[in-house]
Design a protein around this ligand. Structure first.
Ligand code: ADP
Ligand code: MG
Length: 699
């Protein structure tokens, strides 16, 4: 262990904290803890109590509860089918209860020891007249060993931290104790006095201590809101300043709706636009024909027809003698858009180009055509915003799957010489109430209607024990020449959870079930080139069955694939299930989505699955998702493109978001540069955290 240096700054590296050192510092780094302050801001994921909770008496099946009990016995036995089952008996001193695990990592057998206290959380069920909890969440209350410092031994309520391998709960608690006993005096306030008073927030150094050492869960929850507010307040200040700057300084291009190219396309489309498409086009054209630089988010469910909407906007730019660009996150998507758009414009004179990364034949010519202004519509990957690319007259740009790009990358388009109008496309159906506030400075257009030609995907829940019937039905589709996706949550067997994994499933499918159809395995960690190659072969119909983790490229259009099988569907969030299902049902054939469930399935998981069978409307699904999400249950949310906060939970803390947003906009309205004395802290914190970000997005 390294010598603890005397520290005078909370931004000192964590390795200097008493009890840390190089090795542990590296492990803590995996949790995002780099400095002493980071550690102090590493909040518990839950709190447990040492006190035996004595209310097991009145329980009935279906009750959900969290409680602390004593382990009375542990039993492992093997079922008739040869599977191991772990049962433990727990007691509140009077009444007993059995907790059972039907699948579990081997280490569980060593964890549970009679006499130990354990905290449990789950739903009560009944088996042969005996009350039971199947696969409850648990935390062992670990005070049997020699703790040098008995600080934690005396506490009734204990924090439970998110951990990483090599850092135990006990160690984490010890480090928290060390950090706060040495450095509490150095914690700085980051909110102005008048905000603290207005919302009755505790001072920061007190609030931080409560988060770790608080003994009253209700009180801790009130304190937590202060931190959620901090997150929102500062990020909304950024948007407020951005909006102010934007409306006062930049002028965009004043396009004129000449109705030449756009009308020609309208007449030639093989379908009629939905009324939602017409409505958003009207909003977009209004913006483009005004002086201000457009910054608009187009939100539309998978398959709602965002591409053709963007094409109309591109044509408006082109008929005004400007260039238009579309940026996509992957080569395969860029190529797909290039083909679609070239096809729709094939009888026109408009020059459409494709620009990809790396070196390839013909790239120099494309670059020249862009620089000379000859290339009127340019579709590309990140290559579009590289330094060696310069547009002659870029007037409009759209960004597909916008969440796949960083703020900086988007800003590079915005900063182009002529202040092009910008359209960001997103397939994440975030409920309206949230979209307006979360995206801060963007105007939002919503495509809430699918083309009428689409047949809703038929969605079927099947237990894993009936998987053979699914394969029989799927075979019929394969025989008709259709293609199939099979999705699995994990790629390899994991020590932590025992689920079917994609690698094994792939072996099984390709050797045992459908040996006569070409299949491939696709997963996240594969090199991009390999992934792209597999997707291309699937698109071309060479591969019939694609077994994958959830990486199937968002937005990829393979109309011939009409079957989606989701293994362990009980493990997926609603947003993710919806995105996955959106991969099928793109052709004229009836499409099927099989949700395979493996027992045990929790109540909430079951509600998610049934929601999927009841509706295909992304907005309804998003609302239901909000309703079902418990605290901290953010599965699948990270990928959805919502901004991430340190302390706040956008779903749970919507009310705080509203208040913080109002406050932030008010501060910027009355004191845009934070020069008043009362805002001195705001100025300092803002410059510390956000100046760099501001440079990236203000232009
Ligand atoms: P997404 O919004 O998911 O990007 P796309 O733009 O890829 O959706 O459109 C999905 C499919 O629907 C495409 O094949 C497109 O040609 C078709 N499409 C778009 N608009 C309409 C419409 N109004 N009527 C019928 N089909 C449409
Ligand atoms: Mg798309």
């Amino acid at each position: 262990m390294a010598e603890s240096k005397k520290t005078t700054d909370l931004h000192s590296e964590i390795k200097y904290l008493k009890g840390v050192g190089e090795n542990r510092a590296r492990l803590l780094g995996k949790l995002g803890i780099k400095t002493i302050l980071d550690l102090m801001e590493h909040f518990p994921k839950l709190y447990i109590s040492r006190k035996l909770s004595a209310h097991l008496e009145d329980l009935k099946p279906g009750d959900m509860l969290a409680f602390t009990a004593m382990i009375s016995w542990v039993d492992v036995h093997t079922s008739l089918k040869g599977k191991k089952i772990l049962n433990i008996g727990v007691s509140d001193g009077k009444v007993g209860l059995i907790c059972s695990w039907f699948t579990y990592p081997p280490v569980y057998e060593k964890l549970f020891i009679p006499g130990r206290l354990v905290w449990l959380n789950g739903t009560i069920s009944e088996f042969n007249g005996q009350l039971q909890m199947v696969h409850p969440d648990f935390e062992l209350i670990d005070d049997s060993e020699d703790t040098k410092d008995d600080f934690w031994k005396k506490r009734e309520v204990l924090p439970v931290y998110p951990l990483t391998e090599g850092i135990s709960q006990k160690l984490m608690r010890q480090l928290m104790y060390n950090a706060f006993s040495l450095y509490t005096g150095l914690i700085e306030e980051n909110m102005p006095e008048y905000i603290l008073t207005k919302h009755h927030f505790l001072e920061r150094h007190i609030a931080l201590q409560k988060m770790h050492f608080g003994q009253n869960p209700q009180e801790i929850e009130i304190v937590r809101r202060r931190f959620a507010y901090e997150d929102f307040f500062y990020s909304q200040l950024l948007w407020a300043r951005h909006k102010l700057f934007h409306t006062t300084t930049t002028t965009g291009i004043n396009f004129i709706n000449k109705k030449q190219l756009t009308t020609a396309l309208y007449r030639k489309l093989p379908f009629t636009l939905t009324s939602a498409q017409k409505k958003v086009l009207w909003e977009i054209f209004n913006d483009m024909c005004s002086e201000k630089q457009m910054s608009r988010l187009l939100q539309g469910d998978v398959g709602s027809g965002k591409t053709v909407v963007s094409l109309f906007a591109m044509l408006l730019a082109v008929e005004n003698d400007y260039q238009a660009a579309m940026m996509a996150p992957t080569e395969i998507l860029a190529e797909q858009h290039y083909e679609t758009i070239s096809q729709l414009l094939k009888d026109s004179e408009i020059k459409v180009c494709l620009l990809k990364g790396g070196v390839y034949k013909g790239k120099e010519e494309t670059k020249n055509a862009i620089a000379e202004g000859e290339a009127q519509i340019v579709i590309g990957t990140h290559a579009l915003i590289q330094k060696d690319i310069s547009f002659k007259r870029l007037g409009f740009a759209c960004v597909d799957e916008q969440h796949r790009f960083g703020v900086e990358q988007r800003a590079r388009l915005a900063r182009q010489a002529l202040h092009p109008d910008l359209l960001y496309l997103s397939a994440t159906p975030i409920p309206r109430s949230l979209a307006m506030t979360v995206y801060g400075d963007l105007e939002v257009s919503i495509l809430d209607e699918l083309p009428p030609t689409r047949k809703p995907v038929r969605t079927i829940i099947r237990p894993s024990s009936k998987i053979d019937t699914v394969y029989i039905e799927v075979r019929k589709e394969l025989e008709k020449g259709r293609q199939v996706y099979i999705v699995c949550p994990l790629v390899e067997e994991s020590e932590k959870i025992s689920l079917l994994d994609a690698t094994k499933l792939y072996e099984y499918i390709s050797k045992k079930i459908f040996p006569e159809y070409p299949a491939c395995l696709l997963y996240g960690k594969m090199p991009v080139k390999e992934k792209d190659a597999i997707m291309k072969r699937f698109k071309a119909g060479e591969i019939k069955i694609l077994v994958s983790t959830t990486v199937i490229e968002v937005g990829v259009d393979v109309p011939n694939a009409n079957v989606m099988i989701i293994e362990h569907s009980e493990h997926f969030g609603l947003a993710q299930l919806h995105q996955l299902r959106g991969r099928v049902g793109r052709g004229s054939e009836q499409a099927y989505c099989y949700l395979i469930e493996h027992q045990p399935v929790s109540d909430v998981a079951w509600q998610r699955l049934t929601t999927m069978t009841k509706t295909t409307d992304g907005f309804i699904i998003a609302e239901k998702d909000l309703e079902l999400r418990g605290p901290g249950d953010l599965f699948g949310f990270e990928q959805s493109g919502m901004p991430q906060f340190r302390f706040a939970n956008i779903v749970r803390d919507q009310e705080i978001l509203k208040i913080a947003r109002q406050d932030a906009f008010e501060v910027v309205r009355s004191d845009p540069d934070f020069s008043q004395i009362k805002n001195a802290i705001v100025k300092k914190m803002y410059h510390h955290q956000y100046t760099k970000k501001e440079e990236l997005i203000l232009y």
